[in-house]
Design a protein around this ligand. Sequence first.
Ligand code: ATP
Length: 150
Amino acid sequence: MALPAHIQLQIVTPDRLIVRDEVDEVEIPGSEGYLGVLPGHTPLLASLAIGELWYRKGQEKTYLSIAFGFAEVLPDRVTILARLAERAEDIDVERAEAARTRAEQRLAQPVAEVDYERARAALVKSLTRLQVSAHMPGRARVGELKRMRG
Ligand code: ATP
């Protein structure tokens, strides 16, 4: 059988459809590590971690922050059912920076008083959002300037 030329990508959360597009490559944050998918990939089902997902159409890459759920990979189709998914342009950087500071403060407290897993997940989510958002042209520099100003 001929290899499919493209991948039909769908990314949905419980609230809405985030992406429906025909793409050339997808990288998925699987709970066992990042998973690169090209057309013709072997079928598989993977659970999602908190991380950055990107897809490529020609030369252009699009980045999203993803957390929890499942990915179904078929030779010509990738479906991501994520609990959380945000496109880089929809990420509120100040909110993510505030979430990061809160999580870091919680993790710095004595262990018995902290829901460690929850705080760790909040930290990874906020760092992922900041990383994804930094792919937006101009955004990384704004963050850097803020840090320099203190
Ligand atoms: P916060 O602590 O800032 O409230 P959170 O990590 O508790 O964030 P989540 O439970 O991860 O929030 O997400 C709740 C909703 O808010 C989801 O729809 C998620 O996509 C959205 N969201 C959370 N943080 C951001 C952000 N920095 N920018 C854009 N959307 C966000």
